[in-house]
Design a protein around this ligand. Structure first.
Ligand code: TUI
Length: 309
């Protein structure tokens, strides 16, 4: 399936991997790129030198293009923004903020810049600032989210900008990809399904929580403080939501959750840790290689879209 996004990025399939904090390291990024999608290393809250090392390790594993996601709330965002230029990275996605201040530096280095947005306003601003495409990310997504759903956000962003739009949030099979294309998207970003990939270094307990999740197991913490984060319900989210409803400050709650994503991803503490995942977790039922996932999703999407034309 050729689209403006596959052409822009030089990839075979219109699938990019979410730049998930702690999850999207070099094994996963290289595996997604090797399978014909665009793999991404998640900058998360990591220092620039850690990301430099990940980039070099990914380059040893694939000669295909891969990108880096710069998480803009990170204290190291300035650092990571420079490292991607120094390491000759060709594609950058950004999350959790406005990447405007890095745009000139990245464009001058020939980097394709793809901000992740959760609103039409930011999509338009990013197009004006020189973005090459945008990811329109619906509230079904895991992690830090906006308010609009994928079904409502994607067509509105498609109507508002001329650059290609990549749909994200709630997509984990060929039906979701076909639906996103019907809404006008030219590629999709997939996160949660890749968390359970064989090449993903996430703790087995985390993978099993996603594989066993039901449709209603998703919840959002931090809404009242303007920092909504979607994850799977557990003891941590119950405590967080209780304290949030009692009016505890954002700072106190941040203290409670500090480091809890790492605790779940690396140590497998899915009781006290934060198990970030999208609402589509309920549909994900097995571990597969990235190639198996991508081939299966593309075959299903292509068959559906052929019938729809
Ligand atoms: O960034 C994401 N998803 C993320 S980042 C992350 S790391 C984290 N961990 C704990 C707490 C908070 C973050 C986990 N998941 N997705 C992209 C995304 N960006 N979703 C929503 C937005 C967004 C929201 C507001 C982008 C811009 C924005 O405002 C921009 C402005 O005008 O400043």
């Amino acid at each position: 399936m050729k689209t403006r996004v596959t052409e822009l990025l030089g990839i075979e399939h219109p699938i990019i991997q979410g730049g998930m904090a702690w999850v999207a390291e070099y094994h996963l990024a290289a595996a997604v790129s090797e399978a014909g999608g665009l793999g991404l290393i998640g900058g998360a809250n990591a220092p620039g030198e850690v990301i430099r090392d990940y980039i070099r390790k990914a380059k040893e594993r694939t000669s295909k293009p891969f990108g880096v996601n710069v998480m803009l709330m990170s204290p190291y965002a300035d650092d990571v923004a420079k490292v991607v230029v120094e390491e000759g990275i060709k594609v950058v996605t950004t999350g959790a903020g406005n990447p405007g201040k890095y745009m000139d530096m990245w464009k001058a280095a020939g980097i394709k810049v793809i901000p992740v947005v959760a609103s039409v306003a930011l999509a338009k601003m990013m197009e004006k600032a020189g973005a090459d495409a945008v990811v329109a990310e619906g509230t079904e997504s895991g992690g830090h989210i906006g308010e609009a759903t994928t079904m409502t956000l994607v067509p509105q962003v498609v109507d508002a900008v001329n650059i290609p739009v990549i749909a994200a949030g709630g997509i984990a099979d060929g039906r979701g990809i076909a639906a996103a294309f019907m809404l006008g998207a030219e590629a999709v970003q997939i996160g949660t399904r890749f968390v359970v990939a064989k090449e993903s270094i996430v703790h087995e307990n985390y993978k099993q929580r996603i594989i066993k999740a039901k449709d209603i197991d998703s919840t959002v913490t931090g809404r009242s403080h303007g920092h909504p984060v979607r994850c799977l319900r557990n003891q941590m989210t119950r405590e967080y939501n209780k304290l949030e409803s009692e009016g505890k400050s954002f700072e106190e709650l941040e203290y409670l959750t500090l480091g809890t994503l790492r605790k779940a991803v690396q140590e497998g503490d899915v009781t006290h840790g934060t198990v970030m995942a999208g609402q589509i977790a309920g549909m994900i039922d097995k571990e597969q290689t990235c190639k198996e996932m991508i081939d299966e999703m593309m075959a299903q999407a292509e068959a559906l879209l052929k019938g729809a034309r």
